[in-house]
Design a protein around this ligand. Structure first.
Ligand code: 13P
Ligand code: SF4
Length: 308
């Protein structure tokens, strides 16, 4: 049976042969991040996907990410090593709810978190990620905003942008919602010098404990560039791989809540599956139907334009 070193070598060879580029989210296994050409947060990876010069994109992440890459790069083959890796939050929003909200509130702006299906993106005015949501929503001319699917990110934005009026869809990330306040307090008591870095998918009763709230890329930047000796990181623990790579020798300490946040869907993406999909050409992401494609691409492209 091949070990990680053999698999990584094979992946590198297959990438060259197939003119393929591997994109990986910070939440996937470190061994997968190590063979990727680009590792990033949802926004960084969407930007990359729109600008790549290659024949194939292998997307090491969950389904909405591969689908967004396909929408932004429709002429490339997009392969997913774990096509069954979905994001449960994306299943918590639907087009019917958007239609109902639009009918009840004419003129409202519909803003969807990128963790959503192509159909929901197509029914929205603009897409956002955790790293650009505040900036994009602030720039919208409408005062009334329907934010979907994530009620926690939506609530966080409503506090940042008090001039806007938000209606929130009741979706959430099961991993970030499960973070326990008592476990945050426990680490803070034991390590009062630790700076607390949190993802805005965390619920408001936990976010109140944060010194910094931002996307995975933002959290990593704070941990790498910050002058605190220790950090409590409140997001999926896959981010530690990049943080440790970039802080080697700095002597900083990193803590997580006792129940370490793990995303079971991101964990489905293994190095072996990356190799298999490159070798066998499996897990191809289909282009959604033409009408959905046009609308979803418009929402994503508007995000890329407004976030610039
Ligand atoms: P970011 O990549 O925007 O930090 O979002 C995290 C996430 O939950 C991706 O599913
Ligand atoms: Fe979805 Fe949460 Fe996993 Fe991100 S961490 S992919 S939001 S389930």
């Amino acid at each position: 049976m091949e070990d990680d070193k053999d698999l990584a070598e094979e992946v590198r060879r297959l990438k060259r042969e197939r003119r393929a580029v591997v994109l990986a989210h910070y939440y996937v296994d470190g061994a997968v991040q190590d063979v990727a050409d680009y590792v990033g947060d949802s926004y960084g990876l969407a930007k990359q996907a729109a600008a790549l010069d290659c024949d194939e994109i292998v997307f090491a992440g969950v389904r909405f990410m591969g689908e967004s890459a396909k929408l932004l790069s429709p002429d490339k083959r997009v392969l997913m090593p774990a096509p069954d890796a979905g994001c449960p939050m994306a299943a918590m929003a639907d087009v019917e709810t958007i239609d109902r909200v639009r009918a009840a509130h004419p003129g409202i702006a519909v803003v969807c978190y990128v963790n959503s299906t192509a159909a929901v993106k197509a029914a929205s005015d603009v897409c956002v990620t955790s790293s650009n949501a505040e900036r994009i929503v602030a720039a919208l001319p409408q005062r009334q905003i329907f934010f979907t699917p994530d009620r926690h990110l939506g609530h966080y934005l409503s506090e940042k942008l008090p001039d806007k009026e938000f209606i929130l869809n009741p979706g959430f990330c099961p991993i970030h919602e499960a973070v326990q306040l008592s476990e945050i307090e426990e680490v803070k008591r034991a390590h009062p010098e630790a700076r607390v870095l949190m993802h805005p998918e965390c619920p408001q009763w936990v976010l109140g404990e944060a010194d910094y709230v931002g996307s995975t890329a933002g959290i990593i930047k704070q941990a790498v560039e910050g002058d605190a000796p220790a950090y409590l990181i409140v997001t999926v623990c896959g981010v530690l791989h990049e943080i440790e790579k970039r802080t080697g020798g700095q002597g900083k300490r990193f803590y997580f809540p006792r129940t370490r946040p793990v995303c079971p869907n991101m964990r489905k993406v293994t190095l072996r599956k990356v190799r298999d999909c490159l070798r066998d050409g499996t897990g191809e992401v289909p282009l959604p139907p033409a009408d959905v494609c046009t609308g979803a691409r418009a929402a994503l492209t508007r995000m890329l334009d407004l976030a610039r």
